[in-house]
Structure formats: structure tokens, C-alpha cells
Design a protein around this ligand. Structure first.
Ligand SMILES: NC(=O)c1ccc[n+]([C@@H]2O[C@H](COP(=O)([O-])OP(=O)(O)OC[C@H]3O[C@@H](n4cnc5c(N)ncnc54)[C@H](O)[C@@H]3O)[C@@H](O)[C@H]2O)c1
Length: 444
């Protein structure tokens, strides 16, 4: 039995979900001769830390994030756990994104045999890309999306002969409305809707395109209305006459790839209703209408939640979230052996009452999804453990650093371009690489 020590960084929502996943996969890994063992959990919250031994049996380690000079992570691991440069262990990072780059560099720099596994590793400036370039072969990153049932179905279809011609993504929620209502408490998300939400779909497009061996080409920002790229709080803008500020972002982006495949991304933080209004005003179709024409009513794909902040009624009291992909393609195994054009509607959102699906609008039916019996997070965690123990090359795996690098690079190019167009100048402190105009990045 090969024992693998695992260390969790952060035990909030995702850290706890990962702990449940670890318990879920332990039995099957042991049957394969791998014994995953949670050695320690590092946490910044002292209350949470006190509960940890009873809940996990792992050693709790306090990370003093309020210290003027917090102890670097590698030194903390050395002092508290006695780890040395020759040790092998897997780190699962579920801290807020502002810590990801430092954690990655600290682990990979000091422990050349360790694996850094990121929970949606998110970098808000280009320095994160340099870290990935330097340590990419020991970094496994994931947005979990590639393991959702609907995406697995789509990947299986592509592998079975379905040819993607066009991808359209809509990722909409109303987080921006709350930030608008309470601008001084805009915490948590860094990098705006583009980095927090858009990046999931950029990564997914890259994963799907790689299934067809089509290298992505250039970006085209067709509309980035009203500062979809939320600047930092200090640069926050006063709401305009419509009550929209930087948080009320809306963007429409196209990714032009060779081989006749285009991807189009729409994302916003203004909820589905307001997004639809704005889309129509800008001459684009309403997502709700588009799906209704295909025979899909919104109770299947639109998550609505009454917000506790309903006093901000002028900014819509409801939290709304939708995550839809529309995939146009050729089914190469159509009737009579001929290829025929087809369209699929994918729901990528999983919320109570809202389930992922792949819908065929011509046949008006939901396709059968692969039986998984486990959560996407369990599958990616098991993948990380197996890859590491079996010493498989990581950089090109679907969850390897290549996809995350590509998705971040696209985000930074788009953000820089949009900031310049909005007269905001480059992102402060960013090591900005010049945008390659030959890639045809334009803003309408
Ligand atoms: N893949 C996904 O779909 C998905 C979904 C939600 C969140 N996330 C990502 O997961 C990460 C964590 O999100 P969450 O919702 O669990 O947040 P959370 O706030 O619930 O948990 C974060 C925890 O990290 C602790 N912490 C903060 N700084 C720390 C440090 N330096 N070292 C150790 N612990 C520290 C906090 O005390 C907190 O308990 C974020 O980066 C988020 O973007 C990904």
C-alpha cells in the first residue's frame, strides 16, 4: 500500500466539500493500493481550526493572515509538520484566490517533489502565468467543469464522431447587483465577472477544442458594455443614470479558432432579466426567448432565489443564475451514414432543483447522461491522486496547467484591451504583455 500525504489549505466551503470527496474516494483508492491520508489542514479562521481535529483527525495549523509579515507557507509546513525538500505530498488549495499564486510558488519552489492541486486556481495578474510556466509540470488545476455529467456526455459525443462547429456560452448571475447595492462591502471576488465567471467557459472551450485537435486562435471583444471587467474598489465608479456601475457588467466575446470553430461568450453580473433587457437593447437575442423557441422553459435552467437583501428592491430582489452552452455541430453518424447539422443545448448549472442536461431541440428530448455515482470534485481529486502516485505527466492532462494558462492568458488580454478602451489604463501592478493586434481583438 502506497501512502500519500495530503494537506488542505483552507477549510471553508470548498475545503469541506473536498474533505467529503476524499472520504468518498478513499475506499476505491485503497483497493488500487493507494492510501490517501489527510496529514494537516491549514486555516486562517481560529474557530474553524478548533473544530478540525474532531471533524477530520488531521493536524490543524493556524495561518496568521493578519500578521504584518505572515510566515511563508513553505516555512510553516517545515516548522509545523517537519516537511523537508525531499518529501512527497499533495496540496489541495481551497483558500481565496488572492492566495493562490503565493501558495503555488511556495509549495513548488520549496518542495520539488510535491504536487499543487488548485481549487479553481485563479490569478488576477500575469505574474500567475509566469508561475504556471515555471512550475506547470507539477501543478494540477481544475474548474471541476470537465467532470460534470453534461460535459462528460459532450466529450464522449465528440470522441464518438460529433463535430463541434460553434460554441456559445452564457454565464449570468446577479452578484453584481448586490455589489452595486452595497459597494463598500464588495468582498470575495477579484478580477470581476471576467475572471470569476468567464474563465470557466474559456477553459471549457479549450478542453472541448482540444478533443478535436483544433488550436484556438484569436479573441474578439464584440461588446464589453458598462465595464464588465470590474476594477478594484478604489477605482469603483458612481452609478450612471440607469443605476449601472462597473459591477453591472455585460460582455460578448468571440474566440475565433482555425478549422471553422468559433466560440462566443456572454457573461454578466446583472441577472438574467436585466441581461435579457440589455441584450435586446443592443440588438442581440434574449437568452430566455432563444431557449423557449427550442422548447426549454426557464424552470429547467434558471435558478432563482429570493435574496435576503430584498430591501434593495430597485436592483431586483432576486438572485438569478444561469449557465448555458449552445453547441452547433455535425453528427457524423446520422441516418443513412450521412453527417447532419445539429444543435445541442447544455445546462452546466447544478443547483438545488436545477440539473445539468444535454437537450436535443429537434427531437425535443434530454439525452441520457453518463452514470457517474460520484461528484465532479471526487472525480478530479481521484484523478489528481492517481496521476501523482502513478507519475503521469500532468501538464497536458485535461486538468493540467496548459488549459488554465490558456484561459488566464485570454482573460488578461481581453481585460487589458477593454480597460484601455474604457480609458482605465492597464491593470495596476500588472506585468502586461502587449496585446497582439494581429489576433484581431476589437471592441464594438
Ligand atoms: N470550482 C468551483 O466551481 C468553485 C466553487 C466555489 C469556490 N471555488 C474556489 O474555491 C476557493 C475557496 O472558496 P470557498 O467558497 O471555499 O471560500 P470560503 O471563504 O468558504 O473558504 C476559504 C477558507 O480559507 C481560509 N483561509 C483564508 N486565507 C487562508 C490562508 N492564507 N491559508 C489557509 N486558509 C485560509 C478561510 O478562513 C476560509 O475558511 C476560492 O478560490 C473559490 O474561487 C471554486
Amino acid at each position: 500500500m502506497r501512502r500519500l500525504n495530503i494537506i488542505f489549505l483552507g477549510f471553508g466551503r470548498m475545503g469541506q466539500a473536498a474533505y467529503a470527496s476524499l472520504n468518498e474516494i478513499t475506499h476505491s483508492l485503497r483497493q488500487e493500493g493507494i492510501d490517501p491520508s489527510l496529514l494537516a489542514v491549514l486555516e486562517a479562521d481560529q474557530t474553524l481550526l478548533r473544530e478540525l481535529p474532531a471533524r477530520t483527525g488531521a493536524k490543524p495549523v493556524f495561518v496568521d493572515t493578519s500578521a504584518p509579515k505572515p510566515l511563508p507557507l513553505d516555512r510553516l509546513l517545515g516548522c509545523e509538520l517537519g516537511l523537508g525538500a525531499g518529501d512527497e505530498f499533495l496540496v489541495y488549495d481551497a483558500t481565496p484566490s488572492s492566495w493562490h499564486r503565493d501558495n503555488l510558488v511556495s509549495i513548488c519552489g520549496a518542495y520539488p517533489r510535491a504536487l499543487y492541486f488548485g481549487e479553481k486556481p485563479l490569478f488576477t495578474d500575469r505574474a500567475g502565468l509566469s508561475a504556471l510556466e515555471r512550475f506547470g509540470s507539477r501543478v494540477l488545476c481544475d474548474f471541476v467543469d470537465s467532470e460534470s455529467a453534461a460535459v462528460r456526455k459532450l466529450i464522449a459525443m465528440v470522441q464518438g464522431g460529433f463535430r463541434i462547429r460553434r460554441l456559445g456560452f452564457w454565464r449570468l448571475n446577479s452578484a453584481g447587483l448586490h455589489k452595486l447595492a452595497s459597494p463598500l462591502h464588495r468582498a470575495g471576488v477579484e478580477g470581476g465577472a471576467l475572471l470569476d465567471k468567464g474563465i470557466h467557459d474559456f477553459a471549457l472551450a479549450a478542453i472541448l477544442m482540444q478533443q478535436q485537435a483544433i488550436p484556438p486562435a484569436g479573441w474578439r471583444v464584440e461588446a464589453a458594455a458598462d465595464l464588465a471587467f470590474m476594477p478594484r474598489p478604489a477605482e469603483s465608479l458612481v452609478p450612471d443614470a440607469d443605476g449601472r456601475t462597473d459591477a453591472a457588467g455585460y460582455a460578448r466575446i468571440r474566440w475565433l479558432a482555425s478549422g471553422g470553430v468559433d466560440s462566443e461568450f456572454h457573461y454578466s453580473w446583472i441577472g438574467v432579466d436585466r441581461f435579457d433587457d440589455l441584450s435586446i437593447r443592443l440588438g442581440h437575442p434574449s437568452l430566455r426567448q432563444l431557449l423557449a423557441t427550442c422548447g426549454l422553459q426557464e424552470n429547467a435552467w434558471l435558478c432563482r432565489e429570493l435574496s435576503p437583501r430584498s430591501s434593495y428592491s430597485s436592483y431586483s430582489p432576486e438572485a438569478q443564475e444561469a449557465r448555458i452552452a449552445i453547441v452547433d455541430g455535425d453528427d457524423l453518424h446520422g441516418e443513412n451514414g450521412t453527417a447532419h447539422r445539429t444543435r445541442l443545448i447544455i445546462n452546466l448549472l447544478t443547483r438545488p432543483g436545477i440539473h445539468p442536461f444535454v437537450f436535443d431541440p429537434v427531437r425535443r428530448e434530454f439525452l441520457e447522461l453518463p452514470e457517474t455515482g460520484s461528484t465532479p470534485l471526487s472525480r478530479v481529486l481521484a484523478f489528481a491522486v492517481r496521476s501523482y502516485v502513478n507519475r503521469q505527466p500532468l501538464s497536458l492532462a485535461p486538468l493540467g496547467a496548459a488549459v488554465i494558462h490558456q484561459a488566464h492568458q485570454a482573460c488578461f488580454d481581453i481585460r487589458d484591451h477593454a480597460r484601455l478602451n474604457q480609458g482605465l489604463g492597464p491593470e495596476p501592478g500588472d506585468l502586461r504583455a502587449p496585446v497582439d493586434q494581429s489576433q484581431g481583438i476589437v471592441q464594438a
